[in-house]
Design a protein around this ligand. Structure first.
Ligand code: ADP
Ligand code: MG
Length: 729
């Protein structure tokens, strides 16, 4: 049955051929940002004074002056109407997945019986979507259902189809954040302030530090018709059953292999759309697993990069359908082969360059480099459990800890060069590092730059690896909003840098020279952060033991990992850096637990349905055919001979009964466990119950379903199999 479908899909795809994408006549550099109201457009469509004010807002974080809102809205409207736009929407990132939007037309009564296109400043700046249907974790009691979305002028408005999209933040009536963007922006502000103060030790001219993010998005493509025949994929984004394909990724022939023609057209399509929307796409390639691919743009300022990633994910999902695919962003759509992540390449830079860049030019630059690397690691060490919580979800839990992605323990890989550099700074005599009598460093490390550029011993098993001029946070899930990881990391680093400055200043106040004071504190911290540094194999079991000894967070249960948000050290960090209040953190955790529960609940329900309505009936039918055959054999052969002939069938009949019985029994057990869990009041306890009593049953039962798949006639198997889903032709 599924096999017939497969033939049909392949046949149709073959007849149709790849959906050809027409290349724009202009070069990418010419159509880049075509549908973005960027500075070029602002210059053209805004009065000069307003344009200058907008630049000040974007570049220097100046407050957005409401008096220019009408002029800005007017400019945007003119540009939008020229591009055939009829609607606008505030585009925001609620605490569910993805983005949310509510479209309104530009039209207003003209009070002469007609309509006019209208778009005033106040519509640009603020909207009041009904917040009651978005999760708020109890922040919003129903009588205060209102939430506000407010324009974030640092992320430019853009056009999709006939709609003007306005990136906004989303807050409750009482001012609490109901989205990812508000705390992210506060975290970026905190890290700017803290890092600028420290960078000024080395260069007093530094005015601003920017956090950068370059994400690498992994994804799977499957044929749409096959996807539609898998209710589990449709409902949960992953296959809840399915036996291994004989061939999967063992040949390593997909990675960096040539891209199938249909997929190449899809990639072209999404890249053109992305470039038109100002997303600087650069890299595309096959990934390790069959049907798995990756797309990566050049890094950007973190807030913008986060928006661009959200936008990219929706472009991918939409475009896939045009090409007869479905784009899977789930972290683990298929068991037994690699899942998808989203590496978050992170760094800090000033107007004078990347702060984590390979040093070498001057002793000051060398010590500055050491300082920023060490303080980043201090933030990561102090909050390793919290950082894990920031990337944890019901879906990413399948990926972490499996032998393909970083384990569920946060540690950092530095590589040989930087490890040795830190050892040198820690152990060398003062005379070797400070110029006696003068306030100067002599941390000359001329061989460092070459070595770092060549530093290809990238440890793929590390969740937080240093890669030459940045750290790569690799544990982020493919479907996640990068903001969660980025706001946590930037706040942790802001806290470490703030604390660093307090300690250095205290030494200076006691009469220590600035250089000597910095060196002293850096050395203290190099000793302190040792437990977070791990250059070995993160997949090994030895590491789990070792990490536990080092006191790193080794918890693997997602609901318990979320507890990290409410630890004293986390609350203190978020509150002192003015990123989130305890109240907000508590509310967010309610949502995390609730979301976790719902995900497992949906999986468990659809899994039960599939077993009872798809798998078991087919098994019984096939079993009857075999029983029938056995009877017939019995009727024409003497007993002994008949038994010998039917030996295989008898074995299969018995096996099917065993597997079927296990499945039935445990589906019942799972339903009961759900009933018990659903009675639990506390979201936390409920999530724990789902994790402990329901999720494991899914795995246990699946084993038996997958066994049945290998026994039952392919002709009648009701679901497309892995080998059918995983190879695009
Ligand atoms: P990989 O080898 O891990 O696939 P790539 O060379 O494809 O890495 O780059 C991954 C991402 O890292 C890209 O988005 C790139 O722009 C980004 N990146 C490079 N340098 C920095 C930096 N200093 N800060 C942040 N991101 C960076
Ligand atoms: Mg990478």
């Amino acid at each position: 049955m599924a096999a017939d479908l497969r033939f049909k899909v392949v046949d149709e795809a073959f007849k149709r051929g790849p959906v050809q994408v027409e290349l724009p006549k202009e070069r990418p550099s010419e159509y880049f940002g075509k549908y973005v109201f960027n500075k070029q457009k602002m210059f053209k469509y805004l009065p000069a004074k307003v344009y200058r004010k907008m630049c000040d807002v974007i570049d220097n974080g100046a407050p957005f002056d409401r008096t220019i809102a009408d002029a800005v809205a007017e400019g945007i409207k003119t540009w939008a109407l020229e591009n055939g736009v009829t609607h606008y929407t505030h585009w925001f990132q609620p605490l569910t997945e993805g983005t949310a939007e509510k479209h309104d037309g530009f039209v207003e009564h003209d009070w002469k019986g007609g309509m006019v296109e209208e778009f005033e400043g106040k519509l640009l700046v603020q909207q009041e979507p009904d917040a009651s249907s978005f999760p708020s974790g109890g922040i919003r009691s129903t009588f205060e259902a209102r939430g506000y979305s407010a324009w974030d002028p640092t992320s430019p408005v853009f056009i999709i189809g006939d709609t003007l999209m306005i990136p906004t933040i989303f807050i409750s009536y009482t001012g609490e954040a109901l989205d990812y963007k508000v705390p992210l922006k506060k975290a970026l502000y905190a890290v700017d302030k803290a890092a600028t103060a420290v960078a000024q030790y080395f260069d007093p001219n530094v005015k601003k530090v920017v956090s950068n993010l370059g994400w690498e998005q992994e994804y799977f493509l499957v044929d749409e018709a096959l996807y539609a025949a898998r209710p589990d994929l449709v409902m949960t984004g992953r296959t809840l059953m399915g036996h291994d394909s004989a061939k999967n990724q063992q040949m390593d022939d997909h990675y960096f292999g040539s891209i199938p023609a249909r997929v190449e057209e899809f990639m072209k399509d999404i890249e053109i759309q992305a470039l038109e929307l100002g997303i600087p796409c650069k890299t595309r390639h096959n990934e390790v697993a069959p049907n798995q691919f990756e797309l990566a743009p050049i890094f950007e300022e973190t807030n913008l990069a986060v928006d661009h990633n959200m936008l990219m994910m929706s472009i991918m999902k939409r475009a896939a359908r045009k090409h007869g695919f479905r784009c899977l962003l789930h972290e683990k759509p298929f068991k037994g082969i690699n899942g998808s992540g989203k590496h978050n390449n992170w760094s800090l830079s000033t107007d004078t360059g990347v702060l984590l860049h390979a040093p070498g030019k001057t002793p000051e630059a060398n010590l500055r480099f050491v300082t920023f690397v060490v303080e980043t690691l201090k933030g990561v060490y102090d909050h390793n459990g919290l950082l894990k919580a920031a990337i944890m979800s019901a879906t990413n839990a399948h990926r972490l800890g499996a032998n393909e992605a970083p384990p569920a323990i946060i540690s950092s890989f530095l590589g040989k060069t930087v490890t040795e550099l830190l050892e040198h700074v820690e152990n060398a005599d003062d005379d070797a590092l400070l110029v006696a009598g003068k306030q100067a460093f002599k941390l000359d490390l001329p061989s460092i730059p070459e070595l770092l550029i060549d530093n290809t011993d990238r440890n793929r098993t590390s969740p937080f690896a240093f890669t030459g001029n940045r750290f790569e946070f690799r544990a982020v899930g493919s479907e996640a909003n990068c903001a969660s990881a980025m706001l946590t990391l930037n706040t942790a680093v802001a806290e470490a840098l703030t604390d660093f400055k307090v300690r250095v200043d205290a030494l200076i106040a006691k009469g220590e020279a600035k250089e000597a004071a910095i060196l002293k504190v850096v050395r203290e911290d190099i000793k302190y952060i040792k437990p977070i540094i791990f250059n070995g194999n993160g997949y090994g079991d030895e590491w789990k033991e070792e990490a536990a000894k080092r006191g790193l967070d080794c918890e693997t249960s997602a609901p318990l990992i979320f507890d990290n948000y409410l630890k004293d050290s986390s609350v203190k960090m978020f509150e002192s850096m003015k990123v989130m209040t305890k109240f907000e953190l508590e509310a967010r955790n309610e949502i995390k637990w609730e979301t976790y529960t719902k995900k497992i609940q949906i999986e468990s329900r659809i899994f039960g349905d599939l077993c009872q309505n798809h798998i078991l009936p087919v098994v019984t039918k096939y079993q009857s055919t075999l029983i029938d055959n056995v009877h017939k054999v019995m009727s024409i052969f003497p007993e002994e001979k008949a038994k010998a002939i039917s030996k295989e069938n008898l074995y299969l009949i018995e096996k099917m009964s065993e597997h079927g019985a296990f499945i039935m029994e445990n589906i019942e057990k799972m339903i009961k466990a759900r009933k018990v869990a659903n009675q639990i009041e506390s979201e936390r306890e409920k999530a724990i119950a789902y994790h402990d009593t329901i999720a494991p049953l899914l795995e246990e039962i699946r084993y038996h379903v997958d066994k049945l798949e290998t026994i039952v006639d392919d002709e009648v198997w009701p679901l497309p199999k892995y080998r059918e889903l995983l190879f695009i032709r």
